[in-house]
Design a protein around this ligand. Sequence first.
Ligand code: R5P
Length: 283
Amino acid sequence: MDWGMKNRLSRIIRPDDGRCLMLAVDHGYFLGPTERLEVPRKTIAPLLPYADSLMLTRGVLRTSVPAESHVPIVLRVSGATSIIGEDLSKETITTSVEDAIKLNASCLALSIFVGSKYEHQTLANLAKLVDEGEKYGIPVLAVTAVGKEMARDARYLGLSCRIAAELGAHIVKTYYCDNFEEVADGCPVPLIIAGGKKLPEAEALKLSHDAIHHGAVGVDMGRNIWQSDWPVAMIKAVGAIVHRGADPKEGYGIFLKEKEKDKSGQKSPQKVVKTVGRSASFD
Ligand code: R5P
């Protein structure tokens, strides 16, 4: 592996422990102003010191993250669909590799939709992006999106993750499921998990712990951090699980302790962004 590729990967997966805490704030690329991410700059700022890397689009990066920030950027470069559109799987590559280089991206992220109507298009997008990434030494994170008709089980996720790795993805993001070790065993590149829908904090911490225990190298977590009433406490607790080997009970203890100090809490009633059910589901 070339020096540039190795160097960028080491900014995403920490070489000291082989783990990764990626903060996902890219949801607006098809969901619009997602609850508690309505003003991205306000959501991101207090969490930035605790994230190993930040996953987002170029629009939010340019408008909502200080250029002086040292946090490595995982740039979402697929999209051009919306939650009210025809089909979420109809994604294309939305950002050139040249623009990603201008933005000093450490990694490129793109979704694949295995088993969907536009499966071929999204897998071809991945192959093309890997070619571009290899040319410039930029790793690619493949996100295994799940359509509403797909079972989120080890068989389906294992299939998606393996295909992503076979097409050259350097890291794969998927969902945690029963028998997750089968998914991890069948995927020859590092796996990270999405947090998914907001859960009670103790459950989200257990999810993070179990995923790592069964083969993930870390998390790419969004809503379970910034939709918490205590987002800074939550990211610190996730960090303890990812990097310090805390078990779920210890992680929750850290959350409870940290929430007393967390001034970033948002106690206002949550806005509900209504999603129109014509498209594939997202959770
Ligand atoms: C999904 O495609 C988005 O890329 C999110 O980044 C991803 O789902 C992780 O966010 P969350 O933890 O909120 O599921």
